[in-house]
Design a protein around this ligand. Structure first.
Ligand SMILES: [Zn+2]
Length: 240
């Protein structure tokens, strides 16, 4: 009996060691256990890429446990940094269309506005083999025509539910706090190319994990989601 008891203890200790080793294994955090993501999913999004910082962002996401995000790229930047776009896609992140030259689309004439979206989708498709399924209008400035253009190109319009205002020069901790106002299903707006945002990535992921929230992909939803008073869109975060 005594011997069996001891061997049970040994077995338990060995199992605990094995489990902690597994938990530390790279990519283990990606395994979506039911408990870990019991709070639901939120989408981490980066606008205005790719930039020279994109490889560092990708590294930060890998280091945070192979977290996946959505990049809304412009045609201009994607053309200038084709490797950036390819790497984003190759590492399993989603690429969305953020127009070609980042204009206020609603102020453009119809053919020019449509070309902004069409040409960006062409660039992304040429670089990654896949046309974007998601579209985010620059400045969140949109109207019925813009949404129709996106739909013609097979894209769902995505605004955001948590605006970090990271472009304004605020410190990392404020970016993190703003990001963590997000609720389950919500979409966090961040930008590529900003050192304070890069530093915020692990802290945002940790803060989400404390609430059992996991990074998810963006899917179309029938129910309208409020971006801000007067503007709704039809997308939310879901399991990748
Ligand atoms: Zn933008």
């Amino acid at each position: 009996m005594k011997k069996r008891g001891r061997s049970r203890i040994w077995l338990g200790a060995a199992l605990a060691t094995l489990m902690s080793a597994f938990a530390l294994a790279p990519g283990a955090a990606q395994a979506d256990s039911g408990n870990r993501c019991s709070g639901g999913y939120v989408a981490i999004t980066f606008d205005d890429g790719p930039t020279a910082s994109t490889p560092a962002y990708l590294q930060a996401l890998r280091d945070a446990g192979r977290v996946r995000a959505t990049w809304f790229v412009t045609g201009t930047l994607a053309s200038a940094q084709p490797d950036g776009t390819r790497r984003i896609a190759a590492e399993g992140h989603e690429i969305g269309n953020h127009s070609y030259t980042h204009p206020n689309l609603v102020a453009l004439d119809a053919p020019t506005a449509f070309a902004e979206l069409r040409d960006t989708s062409r660039v992304v498709r040429a670089q990654t083999g896949r046309a974007p399924k998601l579209f985010r209008p620059p400045f969140g400035s949109t109207d019925a025509r813009t949404r129709q253009d996106a739909a013609r190109l097979g894209m769902t319009e995505v605004i955001w539910t948590a605006d970090t205002v990271d472009w304004s020069g605020i410190p990392t901790d404020t970016i993190v706090a703003n990001a963590l106002t997000v609720q389950a299903g919500g979409i966090i707006l961040l930008h590529d190319g900003l050192p304070a945002t890069l530093a915020a990535i692990p802290k945002i992921v940790d803060g989400l994990a404390e609430r059992s929230l996991c990074a998810g992909r963006i899917v179309r939803t029938a129910t309208p989601v409020q971006a801000w008073p007067g503007l709704t869109f039809h997308a939310k975060a879901a399991r990748w």
